[in-house]
Design a protein around this ligand. Structure first.
Ligand code: COA
Length: 341
């Protein structure tokens, strides 16, 4: 993690009950803020991050967040909180379990998107934030924004949902299960050490990368020019990406957060996704990436159809699901339009 701006930690020194019924004796939430809260408290942009990102969007969304960008600290008070279950500053497998006097590791209980939103809401209260002028997130970040907006429609003036869906799809669950099988095939994965399951996570990331891109994207960027028998660029890319994640992430968090993604269903116990989304009142921009095979445009069409105040834009891009991280100029242009008063 490139920590350009220091991370803050919000400590909630009370029991925090998770949706699964387990109770964390206390909660820690790592978060970043940029810019100043206006005197009217009306300039908050809340960014929700995806699976393995951190609370510093100037690190992984540069081009969109930062000085001179569409989401700039000169204009907005920008907040991004690390999701619970992660290993970047919020309570998760590497945190201390006060009851056993050691880290939770693989025993950290199941967290859901609703638990993440519950933590975001506590942080918002702690920061004295009422209305949020824009809530934005891609992929799993979008899960959190829409869940939060369903819980508190009046909180958000505008929301932007990118490469995301109302409910984890069977395809998404199947991919995550394959990733978890890869982690579980590593006999170390439940061990009580931060690098437990590293080899399994390397393979799991490889599986993930296939779904973040697609056939054409690999052809565009990883085709070998010379004829060869082995040592292919595409193979080296997959290994490199696996190794890169191993150096920065924890396998128990990865296993846990894929289960959190599976839990996402904005309509659970609410009469279904369409019935929940129909209650949203925020000005909503839904963005899809034309070549996304993980969360295809049909998912965003469903969101745009179900949210009465939504409109859909599809970015024509060969980058697949990664488009929500790579296509910052196209996203910035759409956002600038949405943010116009
Ligand atoms: N062999 C080895 N390494 C290679 C390679 C090859 N054939 N081709 C590219 N690389 C390296 C690049 O040098 C680069 O290295 P660096 O990160 O150390 O600078 C890295 O692979 C990424 O390259 P690439 O993926 O082509 O960059 P990009 O700008 O197109 O995409 C990301 C950037 C961050 C979007 C992408 O790399 C990534 O990590 N995608 C996954 C994002 C994610 O986790 N999504 C989940 C959301 S639910």
């Amino acid at each position: 993690m490139t920590d350009r701006c220091p991370m803050n930690t919000f400590i909630y020194n009370h029991p925090f009950t998770l949706e699964c019924g387990a109770v964390l004796p206390r909660l820690e939430v790592g978060y970043h803020t940029f810019g100043e809260l206006s005197s009217a408290r009306s300039n908050v942009v809340w960014i929700c991050h995806a699976l393995t990102a951190n609370s510093d969007p100037t690190d992984w969304w540069n081009g969109l967040v930062g000085e001179g960008c569409a989401i700039s600290p000169e204009r907005y008070f920008i907040v991004c909180a690390n999701i619970i279950g992660s290993c970047y500053g919020s309570s998760g497998p590497l945190s201390l379990d006060p009851e056993k006097g050691a880290s939770y590791f693989a025993s950290f209980p199941l967290v859901t998107i609703r638990d993440m939103v519950k933590a975001h809401r506590l942080l918002a209260d702690h920061l004295g934030i009422g209305e949020i002028c824009l809530g934005i997130g891609g992929s799993m970040g979008g899960y959190q924004v829409m869940e939060w907006a369903v819980q508190e429609p009046a909180r958000f003036a505008k929301i932007c949902l990118l490469a995301t869906s109302a409910k984890e799809s069977p395809w998404g669950v199947a991919i995550h299960e394959a990733q978890r099988l890869a982690i579980e095939a590593d006999p170390t994965w439940r061990e009580a050490r931060p690098d437990a399951g590293a080899a399994g996570m390397r393979a799991a990331r490889g599986i993930g990368m296939l779904t973040y891109r697609n056939y054409t994207a690999f052809g565009n960027t990883q085709a070998d020019e010379e004829e060869k028998l082995q040592g292919f660029k595409a193979a080296s890319y997959i290994r490199y990406q696996g190794e890169k994640l191993v150096k920065r992430f924890n396998a128990q968090s990865y296993h846990l957060l894929t289960r959190a993604m599976d839990s996402h269903d904005v309509g659970r116990d609410r009469g279904g996704a369409a019935a929940s989304l129909e209650k949203l009142t925020s000005d909503t921009l839904v963005i899809g990436i034309s070549s996304d095979i993980l969360c295809p445009v049909s998912e965003q069409q469903f969101l745009a159809r179900s949210i009465p105040t939504a409109h859909l834009e599809v970015i024509d891009s060969p980058f697949g699901h990664d488009g929500f991280l790579v296509e910052t100029s196209a996203i910035a242009a759409l956002l600038t339009e949405q943010l116009r008063p």
